[in-house]
Ligand binder design. Structure first.
Ligand code: SF4
Ligand code: SF4
Length: 199
């Protein structure tokens, strides 16, 4: 996170390394570039800390919180002809089951996927980085697999233990892709580096 003072209209921000954002349950979505970086630096063991976001393979999402743009099933339905969709979904199911280890139920959130046998909110960990790269081509969303309580497994002694090679999402936090500070009530509450602009 950035150390220079950044401002928007009402707030200013300077990371004080309190570590709160790394244990607040914020989703850390993994990008292709992150995987390529970890392959380059031979961090193969990181794969055990990644999982498929169960929301992306859920036909119903999480209650009303269903974001169709990041739903893999929806993307398949939009990409293929109606008579091809079932076959593609079956291929995706086989890809997931063959190439990911199942670690039981994750958070108590009621997320049910298109693979009913897996039950609620399954933890599906890819076997290798190459599988993640393949899964991304399917449109799957991979995230860091947080510890109970929303802690990132890379947070050690209140600091990011992989700071130099942390995921892009963490590099840009708390900014949007447009470089705007992402201000909302929750962020203001947890981020000790955000304060009202005093100038
Ligand atoms: S990877 Fe590092 S910066 Fe990102 S959430 Fe985990 S501990 Fe925090
Ligand atoms: S919560 Fe804010 S101040 Fe604390 S580590 Fe994260 S970005 Fe920095």
């Amino acid at each position: 996170m950035k150390n220079e003072v950044q401002k928007n209209k009402e707030y200013e921000y300077k990371c004080i390394q309190c570590g709160n954002c790394c244990r607040a349950g914020f989703e850390v979505v993994i990008e292709k570039e992150d995987i390529e970086r970890w392959i380059k630096y031979e961090q193969n063991e990181f794969v055990q800390f990644i999982q498929i976001d169960p929301k992306c393979i859920s036909p119903t999402g999480l209650g009303g919180f269903h974001i169709e743009e990041v739903n893999t099933l929806q993307k398949i339905k939009e990409t293929y002809k109606e008579n091809e969709v079932n076959e593609k979904l079956e291929d995706l199911k086989q890809f997931i089951l063959k190439n990911h280890n199942y670690f039981g139920k994750g958070s108590p959130l009621p997320i049910y996927t298109f693979i009913p046998d897996l039950g609620r909110t399954p933890i599906l960990v890819p076997k290798t980085f190459q599988i993640i790269l393949e899964g991304l081509k399917w449109g799957l969303i991979y995230t860091i697999k947080f510890e109970l309580g929303g802690y990132c497994p890379f947070l050690k002694e209140n600091l990011c233990s992989i700071h130099q090679i942390k995921p892009n999402v963490c590099r840009s936090f708390p900014y949007t892709k447009n470089g705007e500070l992402k201000i909302d009530d929750y962020l203001i509450k947890i981020c000790k580096g955000i304060s009202k602009d005093s100038s």
